[in-house]
Design a protein around this ligand. Structure first.
Ligand SMILES: Nc1ncnc2c1ncn2[C@@H]1O[C@H](COP(=O)(O)OP(=O)(O)OP(=O)(O)O)[C@@H](O)[C@H]1O
Ligand SMILES: [Mg+2]
Length: 248
């Protein structure tokens, strides 16, 4: 089971869009996918309620700090992928999700405000790495990229990332009408009508290339996925504690 989180402290950075594209693409390939909706605004849950996806995918809503590791323990062996959609925060739930994940993606739009939200998450990752004395597998995902021109703001974000030696997902998510349309009636890229949605084939190819990059980031040389530093919380077997016996 591979666990991927989407985190950016700024709202509207494309976390839910990227989570949905990834989940739908893995499900389309025949894998079983669970999405954990950790956002009280529950956009992912709203999408799922339309019930138009193909059945390999389900969404668990209202996931909180106190329930996240329990959900992951229960999902072990039931699904191939867990995608965690986080809210625009850098709080305890985000820190826990990052520590439990095998890969954290930080979606960043080509604007400075967005980079600041990403830097808050990157600081949180450094903090966990220092305290847990372990590496956290993470990468920035550029989103809403103009398919035709590379804007100055986007070049600035790329420069900032490379100066700080932060890994970038090879495939950026392009600005596409299809990605917005998914949320209108709970569609997937396969259920949208190519006659009604412009550049649908290009959007599908973009999502497929993105999912391939994520699989490579999860296991770069094809070896088993290396789990996050808190993974023992969801991989250890259930421990039933013996009642304490007090001396009489
Ligand atoms: N690549 C894209 N192409 C077109 N529209 C996009 C793209 N990515 C995101 N959007 C649109 O941008 C808006 C914000 O995206 P999304 O909801 O995925 O962000 P978020 O980070 O999950 O926000 P929040 O922090 O509020 O949960 C949505 O209306 C979404 O449809
Ligand atoms: Mg969201």
């Amino acid at each position: 089971m591979a666990i991927v989180s989407l985190a950016n402290a700024k709202g509207g950075a494309s976390k839910t869009t990227a989570a949905l594209l990834l989940a739908c693409e893995f499900a389309r390939r025949g894998d079983r996918v669970a999405v954990l909706d950790c956002d009280p605004l529950a956009c992912m849950t709203d999408w799922f309620r339309h019930g138009r996806n193909d059945g390999n995918l389900f969404v668990l809503s209202g996931v909180a700090t106190t329930t996240l590791s329990d959900h992951l323990r229960r999902l072990r062996g039931q699904v191939e992928h867990v995608i965690i959609d986080l809210s625009g925060a850098a709080d305890v739930l985000v820190a826990l999700a990052i520590g439990l994940s095998d890969l954290t993606l930080i979606p960043v739009q080509g604007c400075v405000m967005d980079a600041r939200g990403a830097i808050q998450v990157l600081d949180l990752i450094r903090h966990i790495e220092n305290n847990a004395r372990a590496n956290i597998n993470h990468a920035v995902l550029l989103t809403r990229v103009n398919p035709i021109v590379t804007t100055r703001a986007m070049r600035r974000v790329k420069l900032l990332l490379s100066e700080n030696r932060i890994r970038l997902v090879d495939t950026p998510l392009v600005e596409r009408t299809a990605f917005r349309e998914l949320f209108e009636r709970g569609d997937t890229l396969s259920s949208l009508d190519p006659a009604k949605v412009s550049n649908l084939a290009k959007a599908q190819a973009n999502a497929q290339a993105f999912a391939n990059d994520v699989l490579t980031l999860l296991s770069p040389t094809g070896e088993a996925v290396r789990h996050g530093p808190f993974s023992s919380m969801c991989y250890r077997s259930q421990h039933v504690s013996e009642p304490a016996v007090l001396p009489v």
